[in-house]
Design a protein around this ligand. Structure first.
Ligand code: FES
Length: 110
């Protein structure tokens, strides 16, 4: 797994549903960008339940109850801000974080 080099542009904050997520604009590693208000996180786009991506065909990741992302394959949910799984499908397994920072509305690899 190769993380994007620091400074790589991964997307725009205003292009991410709030709350929710979407696939990053970077082809090197499947990454999703997740947002809840002004907080943005990035995770490797591999669900720890059965390895499927969390996004829908249009690139969006759906929010659950305003606080979690939901995997469309079997319904596992993950805290938007920590990536930690919740519920029987994934127990405490978490999405793998990708370090990012926000600068002038752009999400950059950190
Ligand atoms: S692969 Fe995500 S819930 Fe099963």
């Amino acid at each position: 797994m190769t993380l994007p080099p620091a400074g790589t542009e991964l997307g725009r904050v205003d292009a991410i549903p709030d709350p929710g997520g979407r696939v990053a604009d970077w082809p090197g590693l499947p990454i999703i960008l997740a947002r809840k208000g002004d907080e943005v996180r990035a995770y490797v786009n591999v669900c720890p339940h059965a390895g499927r991506p969390l996004n829908l065909p249009d690139g969006r990741v759906i929010a659950h109850a305003g606080t979690h992302l939901i995997c469309p394959a079997h319904g596992a949910i993950f805290d938007i801000l920590t990536g930690k799984g919740d519920g029987a499908l994934v127990g405490g397994d978490a999405l793998k974080p990708v370090p990012v920072r926000v600068e002038n509305g752009l999400i950059l690899a950190a």
